[in-house]
Design a protein around this ligand. Structure first.
Ligand SMILES: [Fe+2]
Length: 200
């Protein structure tokens, strides 16, 4: 497999202040996100080595490592691109209509998403599920526990402690509130429209 690389951030570390400090963005991207990219590459290299040598004795731990690091990487990619220094506001267009249809109102959806973010041990996600043709909120522990097969994340909020503790201490709710001032709804809408378009 081609070696995977950490994505570049679409903004500078300080651009998400005051919601997220430059220090947290830097650590989160360069250290934590990088570790998932590295872990993914390492797992793939070791799996390839096993196939070459025929010694499959580490398969269980390597596949668990692959899943953990792959999922960590893809969710961080979505999380970073879901935010912008000019973010905030509310969704519009087809996504807005779909949210109102599925959740009753934007406010209802937001309340449910916020509760998911308070309860999750890893991520709150808004996903589109082609199998049942619906939008759904999901609360995920780690990067994959509680994940839904075939679901496409369109909005991802990282609630691991590395995401907020330095800035907010135990007040995760304050971080969740700030996140909504940073959400780039155009990116979320594009993700939704792209994935729905592929399955229509
Ligand atoms: Fe993270």
């Amino acid at each position: 497999m081609t070696e995977q690389e950490l994505i570049e951030l679409p903004y500078n570390h300080e651009d998400l202040e005051p919601g997220i400090s430059a220090q947290v963005v830097e650590w989160h991207h360069k250290t934590h996100h990088q570790s998932y990219v590295n872990g993914w590459n390492t797992a793939e290299e070791k799996l390839e080595k096993q196939r070459e040598t025929g010694d499959f004795s580490s398969t269980g731990s390597l596949l668990r490592s692959f899943t953990h690091n792959f999922c960590g990487n893809i969710l961080h990619d979505v999380f970073w691109s879901n935010m912008s220094p000019n973010g905030g506001g509310e969704p519009e267009g087809a996504l807005r209509e779909r949210i109102e249809e599925e959740f009753g109102s934007y406010e209802n959806w937001k309340k449910e998403f916020e509760e998911a973010a308070k309860a999750a041990g890893g991520w709150a996600l808004l996903v589109y599920i082609p199998y049942s043709n619906e939008l759904h909120n999901v609360a995920v522990d780690k990067h994959d526990q509680g994940a839904v097969w075939g679901a496409h994340p369109v909005l991802a909020l990282d609630v691991w402690e590395h995401s907020y503790y330095h800035d907010y201490g135990p007040k995760r709710g304050g971080f969740i509130e700030s996140f909504f001032d940073l959400v780039d709804w155009e990116d979320v809408q594009n993700r939704y429209e792209d994935v729905v378009g592929k399955f229509e």
